[in-house]
Design a binder for this molecule. Structure first.
Ligand SMILES: NC(=O)c1ccc[n+]([C@@H]2O[C@H](COP(=O)([O-])OP(=O)(O)OC[C@H]3O[C@@H](n4cnc5c(N)ncnc54)[C@H](O)[C@@H]3O)[C@@H](O)[C@H]2O)c1
Length: 477
C-alpha cells in the first residue's frame, strides 16, 4: 500500500482518517489534481471550472475528434467560453488525455460519461462501468471518486463501489478510510446564460462520513453553495425528481394545450401567462412539439425501471411520457392540416422546419422532437422537408426504414420562406426574425409561441399556434 505523506499544516478535524486529512489539505492548498472523465456537455464545463479555479485538471476523453479539437484550443460546448478553453489548454492547467495513463496523478475523479437507455428503456450503464473499472486501476490512498452522470438510486453503491472495491481490496484500501466515493448530480441548464456551472448550488451524498467531508470540500472549491445529503441514493433520487418534475409539468400543459385547441377560443399560452401572475404556488411550463435532450426524455425511465423491480408502477412518469411522446404527432397533424388548406398535394408540398436543436439557442440535437416531426412528415409522403437552424449546420435523421438521411441547413431568406407551403417553428432560437417569418411564409405552425409579438391581424391569420385555441371544429367554449 502507498504511504500517504503527512497533511500540511491545516486546521483539519482530527477525527478524519489520515487519507481524508491528506486530501483535504491538498484541496485547500489547491495542490490537488482534478480528473474529469468524459468531456461532453457536463464534463467540459466542469473541467474548465476547476482549471479556471487554479487546479491542475486532466480531462480524459475517448472521442478522438473531441481530443483533437480541445488540444487545438477549440471549444465545442455552447455555454463554455471559447477563449477560456484555449487559454487553459495553452497555459497548462487543463490537459486533455485519451487514456487513463496519468490516472495515478489524479486526486479527485469526476465521472461525467453518458447514461443512455436501451431500446426497451432499461438503463445502459456500460459507460459508467467502464469508467469505474479504469479508475479502479489507478485507485490510491487519499483519492475521491464522484459520479455525476444521471442514473437510478443505488448506482453509486451497487455498481461503482463494487468495481472500486475489487481493485482496492487487493491493495489493502477500504472505502471511507483510504479512498472516498460520492454522487453529485449535474444541474446545468444549457443555453441559460444566467446560470453557469459555478453559480448553481451543488448537491452531494457520499458513502461514509469522511467521504461526505472530502466531497463537500472538493465541490466548495468551485461552488459557494453545497448541499449535503445523507447518502448517494438521496442525491441520485433528487436528480431524478428534478427531471420528472419537469417532464410531468410539461405533459400537463401539453395535454391542456390540446384541450384548448379541441374546444377553441382559449389560448393555453394566455392561460399560463395569467396563472404566472400568482406570486406563489405556481411555476410556468410551456407546451411544445415534444421533449428533447439527453435528460428529460430519458432519465425518468431509470426510476420506472428500478420501481418495476419492487413491483411498483410509477404512473406519473408513464403518463407524462405518453402525453409528451404524442406531441410530435400532434404537431404533424397541424402541419398536414395547414397543407390541406392549400392547393397542393402532400407529396408536392414543401415544409421548412425552423430549428432542429432540442431547445432554443443551443446546438445539441440529441433526442430533438424535430427528428420525429421530420420522420412523420416523410411517412405521410411529405418528402420535401428542409430545415434552417443557425446552430446546426447539418442534421441526420433516422428514417423509419432504418436509413439515415443527412440534410444541410438552409439560409433563412425571404425566398426560402416564400417557397415553402408551411414553415414550422420547432425550436425558438433568438436568432429568428419573427417578423420576416410571419411576413414571407404562406403559413406557419408555431409550436413554441415564438411569433407572439406579431400583432398584425393579416399576419396572425397565417399562424397556427399549437395550444392557441384556434383549431376548433365545433362550437368554441
Ligand atoms: N447534457 C446535459 O444538459 C446534462 C445535464 C445534467 C446531467 N447530464 C448527465 O450527465 C452525463 C453526461 O452527459 P453529457 O451530456 O455530458 O454527455 P456527452 O455525450 O456530451 O459527453 C460524455 C462524454 O463521455 C465520453 N466518454 C464515454 N465513456 C468514457 C470513458 N470511459 N472515458 C472517458 N470518456 C468517456 C464520451 O466520448 C463523451 O464525449 C449523462 O449521465 C447525462 O444524463 C447531462
Amino acid at each position: 500500500m502507498n504511504r500517504i505523506p503527512h497533511a500540511a499544516e491545516h486546521d483539519l478535524p482530527a477525527a478524519e482518517p489520515e487519507a481524508a486529512q491528506h486530501l483535504l489539505a491538498r484541496l485547500e492548498a489547491q495542490e490537488a489534481t482534478i480528473g474529469v472523465v468524459g468531456l461532453g456537455y457536463v464534463g467540459l464545463p466542469l473541467a474548465v471550472e476547476y482549471a479556471g479555479a487554479g487546479f491542475d485538471t486532466i480531462g480524459i476523453e475517448l472521442d478522438e475528434q473531441r481530443i483533437c479539437r480541445l488540444n487545438a484550443g477549440e471549444n465545442y460546448v455552447d455555454d463554455v467560453d471559447d477563449s477560456a478553453v484555449c487559454a487553459l489548454v495553452e497555459d497548462g492547467p487543463l490537459r486533455i488525455e485519451g487514456t487513463f495513463e496519468r490516472g495515478a496523478d489524479v486526486d479527485v475523479f469526476f465521472v461525467c460519461v453518458p447514461t443512455p437507455v436501451t431500446d426497451t428503456k432499461d438503463p445502459d450503464l456500460t459507460y459508467v462501468e467502464s469508467a469505474a473499472d479504469s479508475i479502479a486501476e489507478h485507485l490510491r490512498p487519499g483519492r475521491l471518486v464522484v459520479l455525476k452522470s444521471t442514473t437510478y438510486p443505488g448506482t453509486t453503491e451497487d455498481v461503482v463501489l463494487p468495481r472500486l472495491q475489487d481493485a482496492a481490496e487487493d491493495r489493502g484500501l477500504a472505502v471511507g478510510q483510504d479512498y472516498f466515493l460520492a454522487y453529485s448530480p449535474e444541474r446545468i441548464d444549457p443555453g441559460n446564460a444566467s446560470y453557469e456551472t459555478g453559480d448553481i448550488p451543488v448537491v452531494t451524498g457520499a458513502v461514509t462520513e469522511p467521504g461526505t467531508t472530502v466531497a463537500e470540500t472538493a465541490m466548495r472549491m468551485i461552488s459557494a453553495d453545497v448541499h449535503v445529503v445523507s447518502n448517494p441514493k438521496v442525491a441520485e433520487m433528487e436528480k431524478l425528481l428534478e427531471n420528472i418534475f419537469r417532464s410531468v409539468n410539461v405533459a400537463l400543459v401539453n395535454e391542456l394545450a390540446q384541450l384548448c385547441d379541441r374546444t377553441g377560443g382559449v389560448s393555453m399560452w394566455e392561460v399560463i401567462d395569467a396563472a404566472s401572475t400568482k406570486p406563489f404556488g405556481f411555476m410556468p411550463f410551456y407546451p411544445g412539439p415534444g421533449l428533447g435532450g439527453h435528460c428529460i426524455p430519458i432519465d425518468p425511465h431509470f426510476l420506472s425501471w428500478m420501481a418495476r423491480k419492487y413491483d411498483f408502477e410509477t404512473s406519473f412518469i408513464t403518463l407524462a411520457a405518453r402525453v409528451n411522446e404524442g406531441m410530435p404527432y400532434y404537431a404533424v397533424e397541424a402541419i398536414v392540416e395547414a397543407i390541406a388548406q392549400q392547393p397542393v398535394r402532400l407529396s408536392d408540398a414543401e415544409v421548412l422546419i425552423l430549428g432542429v436543436a432540442y431547445k432554443g439557442n443551443v446546438s445539441d440535437t440529441r433526442h430533438s422532437p424535430a427528428e420525429r416531426v421530420i420522420r412523420l412528415l416523410k411517412e405521410k409522403e411529405v418528402e420535401n422537408v428542409h430545415y434552417c437552424d443557425p446552430h446546426v449546420p447539418s442534421y441526420s435523421v433516422k428514417l423509419e426504414n432504418g436509413e439515415t438521411e443527412t440534410i444541410p441547413s438552409v439560409e433563412l431568406t425571404p425566398e426560402a420562406l416564400q417557397r415553402c407551403n408551411v414553415a414550422v417553428v420547432v425550436t425558438a432560437h433568438d436568432d429568428y426574425d419573427a417578423e420576416a417569418i410571419a411576413r414571407h411564409a404562406p403559413h406557419i405552425v408555431d409550436t413554441r409561441n415564438a411569433l407572439s409579438d406579431i400583432d398584425d391581424p393579416d399576419l396572425r391569420q397565417k399562424i397556427t399556434l399549437l395550444g392557441g385555441g384556434k383549431q376548433s371544429n365545433g362550437d368554441p367554449w
